[in-house]
Structure formats: C-alpha cells, structure tokens
Design a protein around this ligand. Structure first.
Ligand code: MN
Length: 424
C-alpha cells in the first residue's frame, strides 16, 4: 500500500529537530487545550502542535467529510467515527499543508500564527473517550517467564497459549493520561503463605511495557472481523503502561483472572500514531507453531519494528534504562487479536482500547516488567544513582518511550510517564 504522507522524501516548512519522534511522516493525533483555547484536536509536528479546529475554520479542510464538531471536541472519537478512509485522507491533507513544496498555508503568515502552537505551551488531554478496554497476553517470552516463575519450568506455557491470543476485559475508567500520578494501590496480600491474608498497601508494584491500539467502529453484534480486514478497523497505536500489583494479583487471580491487581491504573501516551504512519515499519512476526486455526491465519506482514524502552527515575535523580524491547517480538499480532476478539460475534466500537500485553524480548535486558527483570525479586536491578529495585517504589517515575526507524525516517510515540505516590 502506498500512502502519500509516508513518502520518506517529504520535508516540512515547520522545523523538525534532528531525532524528533514527530517528522512530517508521522502526524499523530491528540487532544490539547491552553488557557485561551478549549480542548480540541491537534496534530504534532516537530515541537509544534497544529490546531485542526482553527485549520478547519480557516477553510483548509474543504472537500473532506469532516465538520467543525469533529475537531472542536474534547476527544478524538467524533473524528474516528468517520472511519479509515476519511482519517487517511485527513492525514494526507495535513501532510500537504505542511509540505515544504506547498505554499497555501506556508505563505500565509497570519494563518500560520493562528494554527501552530509550541508544544511546550499546550496541555495535553486524554485523547480518546475509551469505551471498552481489553488487555491481551501475547508475548511468548513474557508468558513463558511467568510460567517458569509460578508454575512448571518444563511446561511454562499453558496448553491453550499457542492456540488462543489470550486476553481479559479490563476497566476503562482508570485508564489515565501520561503525566498523571498514581497512588500505590491497597488491597489483600498474603506475604506469609502460611498465614491469613492482610489488608495493606501493595508491596510489589510493577509496570507492564505495552502498546495499545484504538479501534474504529466495528461490525454488528454477531459478525466477526477477519485478519485480512483488521487493519481497516484500527485507527492507531500508543504507548501503554499496564500497572500491576503483583502481590494482590497472586492472591486474587484464581479462578477468574485479573481484577483489583490491574484496574487501579493504566497509563496511555498522549499522541495516537496512526496505523498508516506505521505502515513502512511492518515486519514478519515470529513463526507460529503449531499452525493456527483458520480464522487466525493471515497473509503478509502484520508485525511492526517498534523499538521500546523503559526507564525508572527516582525522585530528584537521573533516569536509568531498565528495559529495551521491541514490538516485533509479539507472538500474536493485532490482526489476530482483533479476529479472535470478534470470532464469537463480540462487537467492537469506536474508541475501544486493546492492550498488547507485556512485550518481553528474548534477552534478560528486554523483559517488559519488573517481575521478570528482577526475577521475582531475586535479582534486584541497579540504578545509576546506586539504589536497587525489585519493584517500583514510592516517588519513582516510570517512563516508556518508543519509535520506529527506517530509511532515515523516525516515527515515534513520545513517552508515557507516570509518578507513583505513596498509598492514600
Ligand atoms: Mn497487561
């Protein structure tokens, strides 16, 4: 597929610093506000934010199927309601307006001053009104590590894992924006396996390095989305930290799975990178053996080469990188996840969020959670300030960053950053 806005030769008249996550080939969507401006749709380029409401009012969106309320809105949902073709055309239009070889907007200084704002002067808002949130468990390395630690090293993967993109339904009310702090959760834990459980603050607070994808409206209840159709139902991706209370999880998860160990918070990055912008970075996924059932088979490349990193920053201290992973390690791809999610006729809606599951790689420094990196607390990590971590401490900030890079073009996500405060 050839998408005009992805051309590596494109350049913009808006200055883009070297190494920026946001060149003209990216153009991710988000929601921003300022003291003067109500929340509205923005597109990021370099260190600037393009105000799509103002762009619409000034007449630059002609012959596109959008109206003012699609951009003058506190969430991207109205815009996403218009579907894949409309949002693709919109991104291509914005690319043209920002192209160094196009003069319409570039030469109108009065308009440029109205539609471009320095990113540091705007406040980012939650980009999507999330309807339903589903989290998968699709990294073989992660599932294997957990199985080795808690079950049987010889049979680490449960019998269903290589057949089913395993997932669970999460809770959208506690999905928060990057930058918003969280409080250490409290609950039932059982520090002494021989004694009764106690009620206390979580002691084993963990992150999960994930990405998330945001959906368009799906099909009617009862219908399914095939792997071939799946990309038509995905708007874009973001970074996602699925916070986890391991000690609460250990005690509560039998027999129905994740509950209070998960639903106290999950953090989302502010800019939604369209699936279109990630198209040039497609790669093969891992070989799947045994052969998957027919509805999970797919043609072509469905994985993406997205470099992912996790940093821990203690209070008043420098960041330490604790993990370096990649989206391409995922065993089950997003098309398979969506096909599986709808194979029973379950419907998806515009603004649903699907977490990838913890993305662990094959090496010890590429694991996507503290549980694995410090191996259940037996191998503490050493941070640059000399301190050690088995899990996340109060006043630590966990930062995840990610980008794809090819042919001199870097398409990035920015970051998802969350500080942990002491339990309330
Ligand atoms: Mn998760």
């Amino acid at each position: 597929m050839s998408i005009a806005a992805n051309n590596p030769a494109l350049g913009s008249w808006v200055e883009v610093p070297a190494g920026s996550d946001f060149p003209i080939q990216n153009l991710p969507f988000g929601i921003f506000k300022t003291n003067q401006l109500t929340p509205r749709v923005g597109v990021r380029i370099g260190d600037q934010v393009l105000d799509l409401k103002s762009l619409f009012v000034l007449g630059y969106m002609e012959n596109l199927p959008f109206e003012l309320s699609d951009f003058d809105a506190p969430f991207l949902n109205n815009l996403m309601k218009k579907g894949k073709k409309a949002t693709r055309d919109l991104r291509n239009r914005i690319s043209k307006l920002l192209d160094v070889n196009q003069s319409d907007l570039q030469k109108n200084e009065h308009h440029v001053n109205q539609v471009l704002l320095a990113a540091e002067t705007v406040e980012m808002c939650m980009p999507v009104q999330i309807g339903d949130y589903t989290d998968f468990y699709s990294s073989r390395e992660h599932a294997t590590n957990v199985g080795v630690m808690f079950r049987d090293p010889a049979n680490a993967l449960l019998p269903n894992w290589l057949w089913i993109p395993v997932g669970y339904h999460g809770r959208s009310s506690s999905v928060i924006l990057s930058g918003e702090p969280i409080y250490r959760p409290k609950g039932q834990i059982k520090p002494d396996p021989q004694a009764d459980p106690i009620y206390a603050p979580c002691r084993n607070l963990d992150f999960e390095l994930e990405t998330a994808f945001i959906t368009f409206d799906g099909k009617a209840l009862g219908d399914s989305i095939s792997t071939a159709e799946a990309e038509e139902f995905i708007f874009g991706m973001a970074l996602f930290n699925d916070w986890s209370a391991r000690d609460i999880q250990t005690w509560e998860y039998v027999p129905l799975g994740p509950f209070l160990a998960k639903n106290f918070a999950s953090s989302l990055s502010a800019w939604i990178v369209t699936l279109d912008a990630l198209e040039p970075f497609k790669v093969d996924g891992p070989k799947q053996e045994p052969e998957v059932l027919s509805y999970l088979k797919y043609e072509g490349q469905k994985s993406y080469d997205i470099d992912l990193e996790v940093f821990i920053q203690p209070e008043n201290s420098a960041e330490s990188r604790v993990s370096h992973s990649n989206f391409k390690y995922m065993y089950w791809n997003m098309a398979q996840q969506l096909a599986h999610h709808t194979v029973n006729g379950c419907n998806i809606r515009c603004g649903d969020l699907m977490g990838s599951g913890t993305i662990s790689g094959p090496t010890e420094d590429s694991y996507g959670s503290m549980l694995e990196l410090a191996w259940k607390g037996t191998k503490p990590l050493h941070l640059v300030d000399g301190s050690e971590r088995k899990f996340i401490q109060d006043n630590d900030t966990v930062i995840m960053r990610g980008f794809a890079s090819k042919d001199g073009v870097r398409v990035g996500f920015g970051e998802v950053s969350t500080k942990v405060l002491a339990a309330k």
